[in-house]
Design a protein around this ligand. Structure first.
Ligand SMILES: *Cc1c(COP(=O)(O)O)cnc(C)c1O
Length: 390
């Protein structure tokens, strides 16, 4: 760890643990200590660590063909795009390498689509306060949290911020320069914020009235996390553009832009590209992931385990006055406390449970979707002790 601090740039407040191995919901550190992982690499390893089907698909493809660039077609990329089209609202896909890069592509697509369709001058995107969309300069500019902006100004112009889950404020922010609305269906980093049921339908109506593109960032909450394959399915509406990344290849880097045929017209050859995007190994791995994640039985289990977990968290709220709220949908859950959550994260880690704290006082639970009820019980009982000691 000391050597790491010398040679790695100082960009993360890392936990003092060196991880060396993972299997399912378990991780092991260099000293052989075992951890129950209720973070899943921040909603990435949805199928758990070292999933055999994903490992086999990637290994097979590594020996077959690794990279040729997007100057050529490759089969796994076409197959993955077809699967995503079949499973979602989308007609066409663009592959990138990360969440930020997918959102960057979405921002570019909104601007260019609007420019081609309605002429110059429509470039503003309405975003939500407390949102998180990535760390590149454009996605940082779309992220509604000032703490991430400090020292990087001037940001990219053209982003307007309104409170999350506030339809009236969003409607009031639309002007003649607006081209799109970009939100997370549930704010993850923003503290596991679940909007009212009429929020996404209201945004859809607003977009239809004003010819705006509705962009959903499902990088954290898509791909089974909420108990449906995509979070927008809970709302009954369809976006024009959706971004995915985190869990799509269960830990290998990938990002994707899913779009309607109409919105896809915003790009033509030469307008957007990525050298590595949608490479054969990553897309072969992602196909193996979707084979499992998209099964209705699998998703139904996620929903049921999510309700079980939420009931457990509610019982903690009943017993501990410091817990001010619990919330969640599927297996993204938050427990808000009246105080600093960071010591709780350390106390849980000392007892072999990994989780994360966001916004200072919200414990965020993002277990692998393969988690068992027994493992949920264990985490609830450890939290019970840790909260009692507080
Ligand atoms: C993680 C995340 C991103 C950024 O993804 P990276 O792969 O870290 O660039 C963007 N939006 C949301 C909602 C995220 O959770």
């Amino acid at each position: 760890m000391e050597r790491g601090n010398q040679v790695l740039m100082n960009t993360y407040a890392r936990q003092p643990v060196v991880m060396v191995r993972g299997q399912g919901t378990r991780l092991w550190d260099l000293d052989g200590r075992e951890y129950l992982d209720f973070l899943a690499g921040i909603a990435v390893c949805n199928l758990g660590h070292a999933h055999p089907a994903v490992a086999a698909a990637a290994a097979r493809q590594l020996q077959e063909l690794v990279h040729v660039s997007n100057l050529y077609y490759t089969l796994p990329q076409i197959e993955l795009a077809q699967r995503l089209v079949d499973l979602s609202f989308a007609d066409q896909i663009f592959f990138a390498n990360s969440g930020a890069e997918a959102n960057e592509g979405a921002i570019k697509l909104c601007r260019r689509y609007s420019h081609e369709k309605f002429g110059p001058g429509r470039y503003k995107i309405i975003c939500a306060t407390n949102s998180f969309h990535g760390r590149t300069l454009a996605t940082l500019s779309a992220t509604g949290q000032e703490k991430f902006w400090q020292g990087f100004e001037p940001l990219l112009p053209g982003f307007t911020f309104v409170p999350f889950d506030d339809l009236a404020a969003t409607a009031a922010a639309v002007d003649e320069a607006t081209c799109a609305i970009l939100v997370e269906p549930i704010q993850g980093e923003g503290g596991v914020r679940i909007p009212a049921a009429d929020y996404l339908p209201g945004l859809r109506r607003l977009c239809d009235e004003h010819n705006l593109l509705l962009v959903l960032d499902e990088i954290q909450v898509g791909l089974g996390r909420t108990g449906k394959l995509f979070a927008y399915e809970h709302s009954g509406i369809r976006p024009d553009i959706m971004t995915l990344a985190k869990a799509l290849a269960n830990g290998l880097p990938i990002g994707a832009l899913l779009v309607t045929a109409e919105a896809a017209q915003g790009f033509v050859p030469g307008t957007h590209a990525s050298t590595f995007g949608g490479g054969p190994v990553i897309t072969a791995a992602a196909l193996a992931v979707l084979d499992i994640l998209a099964r209705p039985e699998f998703l139904a289990e996620v929903a049921a385990k999510g309700e079980y977990f939420l009931a457990g968290l509610r019982s903690l709220q009943d017993r501990h006055a410091i817990v001010t709220e619990v919330r969640g949908l599927g297996l993204i859950l938050g427990l808000e406390i009246d105080g600093d959550g960071v010591p709780l994260v350390a106390a849980c880690r000392d007892r072999g449970v990994l989780l994360n704290c966001t916004q200072g006082n919200v414990l965020r639970f993002l277990p692998p979707l393969i988690v068992s009820r027994g493992e949920i019980d264990r985490v609830i009982s450890i939290l019970d002790k840790v909260l009692a000691e507080l």
